[in-house]
Write a protein that binds this ligand. Structure first.
Ligand SMILES: [Zn+2]
Length: 90
């Protein structure tokens, strides 16, 4: 069974506790986990992603990255669910 989001090539996942990439906030330079479900911008920490931020949204700078992360997490989640289903069958 492989629960590693990095793909089947990884037998041992080194990111067990931190499955999301660490990004540096462009506003306050603090490090934060880039989660696909993190509200706000992918290049800002949660506290700098408050809706009342004055900066205009920079869609183009985080679109591809966020989409890629979301896709990876989605795939891993789907794989895990399929694993569960098959396990129930057996
Ligand atoms: Zn910040």
């Amino acid at each position: 069974m492989s629960s590693c989001a990095r793909g089947a090539g990884h037998s041992r996942c080194a990111y067990k506790e931190m499955p999301f990439p660490i990004k540096v906030c462009v506003i306050c330079s603090r490090e934060f986990e880039l989660r696909p479900d993190k509200p706000g911008f992918a290049n800002r920490c949660p506290s700098c992603s408050e809706p009342d931020a004055e900066e205009p949204p920079a869609d183009h700078s985080f679109g591809p990255i966020e989409r890629k992360v979301r896709h990876e997490v989605d795939a891993a989640r789907r794989r895990a669910m399929r694993d569960l289903l098959y396990r129930k069958d057996v």
